[in-house]
Ligand binder design. Structure first.
Ligand code: NAD
Length: 500
C-alpha cells in the first residue's frame, strides 16, 4: 500500500534540546518531509528550558540533521517551519504563552487545529505536562489532539496507574500514543507478516512443531550517561517490561481477524493474560539476574558496573536479565519462550530464534552426529533479515547431511536503508494509526508481571557481579535452558550473510 502524506499538523515537542530530539526526532521529521509524507501545512514548536530564540533553535535543528541525518538543500525551507518557546513545564504562565503561539501558527499554516504533543523529556514531568495542556487550554482545539509519550511509563504498576490517570484526565485512550520504539523497527513489524503471510510457517507455529523460542537483545555498551536513571531501574524495567514482552506478544499472538489497531492489540493482550503466573519462591526457576564486573570489550578493559560514575558502589541493580515465559494456552502449552537482555555483553545484537522440533526419526544419523534442528532466525538489529536453517545432502558420495542457511537480508535485497523506527512511528501518529504503540492494558499487564519479580529481587541481595563484561551473561542463564534440554544458540554464529 502506498502511503499518502499525513494531514496538516502542529508538532509540539517538549524536551526540544534533549538527546532523543537531537539524535532521532529531527532527522525523522526531516526524512518524512523529504519523502513527501509530511504535509506542507506543518509547524514544529520546540519547548525546553534553555533560553533560545527561533533562530537559535533552527540552527540547533539544522546541526542535529547535519550530524545525524542526511541534509540537502531543502533543509533551510524545512527549518523555517520550526519555532521555539522557552518554557517551564510547571508554570501555567508558560502554557498561556505557548497557547498564543500555537493559535497563531494554526492560522498561519492552516493546521486545522491538529496538534501532536510529544513528550521527549524526563518521565517525572509527563503527568504535569498532560494536566497543564488541558487546564491551560492547549487541548481545546477543533482538530485532533494526540499525546506521544516516551518510555518509561511508570516504574511499577501503581506509578503507571497514577500516571495513566493523570494523562487520561486530559486525553482519551485512543489519543495516547505510548512509544515503544521496538515496535517501529522494520523486522519487529515483520514478525506478523512472516507468520501470517507464509503457508510454510503458519501451520507450524505452535507447540506441535516448535520446541522453544529464544529472544536475545544484547548490548556492548555499559550504562554510559544514564546511570542515575538506570541504577534505579535495571534491565528488568528498562528492557524486559516493554521491548522484550512486546516481542513475545507478537510472536505468540493468535492471527487477528483484521489488521486493525483494536484487533491486533487485543490479541497481544490475550498473550499477556496467558502468561503463567508463579509463586515468589519459584522465581529463580524462571528468571536470572546478572550484573557485569570488569572485563574486556574490543580489546579494551572496561570497569565493573559498580565502578561506573553515578552508580552506587553496592548496587543491587541488574544489568542483565534472562527469563523463561510459559504461555498457558492451547497453542503454546509446553513451549518455553526464553529471553535475555543485558549490557556489556560480547556482541550487540537483537535476534529471535525459533527452534523447530526434531523430525520423528533421523535416517541420516552417522558417526555419532545428529541432525541440526531447523531454525528460523529473525534478525532485528543491527542486521535486518531472516535466516532459515535447513539440512541438505552433502555434495558427493554417500548420504551425509550438511546444515545450510537460507538468508534474506533487507539491505542486500531492498538495496536501501530501512527507515528509522522513530520515522515510522511519527508518521503513524500523524495519520492516527496507534497499532504500533502500546495500549494501557498491555502496560498494566506487563507491569503486574514484572513487579512480582522486582519485589522479590529488591529484597534479596544478589551475588553481584556475576558476569564479566564482554561475555554473554551469567552461567545461571545457560543453566536455565540446560535444565530443559536446550542451549542458547550463539548469536555470533547466526548472523545473516548479506552477500547471499
Ligand atoms: P534529555 O535529558 O537529553 O533531555 C531532556 C529535555 O527536557 C531537554 O530538552 C530539557 O531542556 C527539557 N527539560 C528538562 N526539564 C524541563 C523543565 N522543567 N521544563 C521544560 N523543559 C525541561 O533526555 P532524553 O535522553 O532526550 O530523553 C527524553 C525522554 O525520551 C525520556 O523519557 C527518555 O527515557 C526517553 N528516551 C530517550 C532515548 C534516547 O535515545 N535519548 C531513547 C528512548 C527513550
Amino acid at each position: 500500500m502506498k502511503h499518502t502524506e499525513a494531514p496538516a499538523s502542529l508538532i509540539l515537542l517538549f524536551g526540544a534540546t534533549g538527546d532523543l530530539a537531537k539524535r532521532k526526532l529531527y532527522p525523522s521529521i526531516y526524512n518524512l518531509y523529504k519523502k513527501g509524507l509530511l504535509s506542507d501545512r506543518f509547524a514544529v514548536v520546540g519547548v525546553a528550558r534553555r533560553l533560545k530564540d527561533d533562530d537559535d533553535f533552527r540552527n540547533w535543528v539544522k546541526e542535529s540533521i547535519d550530524t545525524f541525518g542526511n541534509s540537502s538543500e531543502d533543509l533551510t525551507e524545512f527549518i523555517s517551519h520550526f519555532y521555539y518557546q522557552s518554557h517551564d513545564v510547571t508554570d501555567s504562565e508558560s502554557y498561556r504563552e505557548l497557547k498564543n503561539l500555537v493559535d497563531c501558527l494554526d492560522t498561519t499554516y492552516h493546521l486545522d487545529g491538529n496538534r501532536i504533543f510529544y513528550l521527549a523529556m524526563s518521565p517525572e514531568f509527563f503527568g504535569t505536562v498532560a494536566e497543564h495542556l488541558k487546564e491551560d487550554g492547549l487541548t481545546d482545539t477543533k482538530g485532533f489532539k494526540r499525546l506521544v509519550i516516551e518510555k518509561p511509563f511508570g516504574h511499577d504498576l501503581p506509578s503507571a496507574i497514577n500516571l495513566n490517570k493523570r494523562i487520561r484526565s486530559a486525553f482519551k485512550e485512543n489519543e495516547v500514543y505510548r512509544i515503544d520504539h521496538y515496535l517501529g523497527k522494520e523486522m519487529v513489524q515483520n514478525i506478523e507478516v512472516i507468520r501470517f503471510s507464509n503457508a510454510i510457517f503458519e501451520p507450524l507455529w505452535n507447540n506441535r512443531y516448535i520446541s522453544n523460542i529464544q529472544i536475545t537483545s544484547s548490548e556492548t555498551l555499559g550504562v554510559e550517561e544514564r546511570a542515575r536513571y538506570y541504577d534505579k531501574n535495571g534491565a528488568l524495567r528498562d528492557m524486559l517490561q516493554n521491548h522484550m514482552m512486546q516481542i513475545v506478544s507478537l510472536l505468540a499472538m493468535e492471527p487477528p481477524i483484521k489488521l486493525t489497531t483494536d484487533e491486533i492489540r487485543s490479541e497481544k493482550v490475550r498473550v499477556l493474560r496467558a502468561l503463567r503466573p508463579f509463586k515468589n519462591e519459584e522465581i529463580d526457576q524462571y528468571f536470572v539476574r546478572g550484573q557485569y564486573g570488569e572485563g574486556t570489550i574490543n580489546n579494551e578493559t572496561v570497569p565493573a558496573y559498580r565502578n561506573e560514575p553515578n552508580v552506587d558502589p553496592e548496587s543491587n541493580t541488574e544489568t542483565y536479565v534472562a527469563g523463561k515465559f510459559m504461555i498457558d494456552n492451547f497453542r503454546w502449552a509446553g513451549v518455553p519462550f526464553y529471553i535475555r537482555t543485558g549490557k556489556r555483553m560480547d556482541k550487540k545484537s537483537t535476534k529471535i530464534v525459533v527452534q523447530f522440533k526434531d523430525i520423528p526419526m533421523n535416517l541420516y544419523y552417522k558417526n555419532g552426529s545428529s541432525l541440526n534442528p531447523n531454525l528460523l532466525v529473525i534478525h532485528i538489529q543491527p542486521e535486518e533479515g531472516i535466516t532459515l536453517h535447513l539440512n541438505v545432502k552433502k555434495t558427493g558420495q554417500g548420504m551425509e547431511t550438511n546444515p545450510v542457511k537460507l538468508n534474506f537480508s533487507n539491505k542486500s535485497i531492498d538495496g536501501m536503508n530501512t527507515p528509522e523506527a522513530y520515522e515510522k512511528l511519527l508518521f503513524d501518529c500523524l495519520r492516527g494509526d496507534a497499532t504500533n504503540f502500546t495500549h494501557w492494558d498491555e502496560v498494566a499487564l506487563s507491569w503486574r508481571f514484572v513487579d512480582q519479580i522486582s519485589e522479590v529481587w529488591a529484597n534479596q541481595k544478589a551475588p553481584f557481579p556475576n558476569y564479566a563484561a564482554g561475555t554473554m551473561g551469567p552461567k545461571a542463564a545457560d543453566e536455565l535452558l540446560e535444565k530443559d534440554g536446550f542451549f542458547w544458540w550463539p548469536v555470533a554464529d547466526l548472523d545473516v550473510d548479506e552477500n547471499c
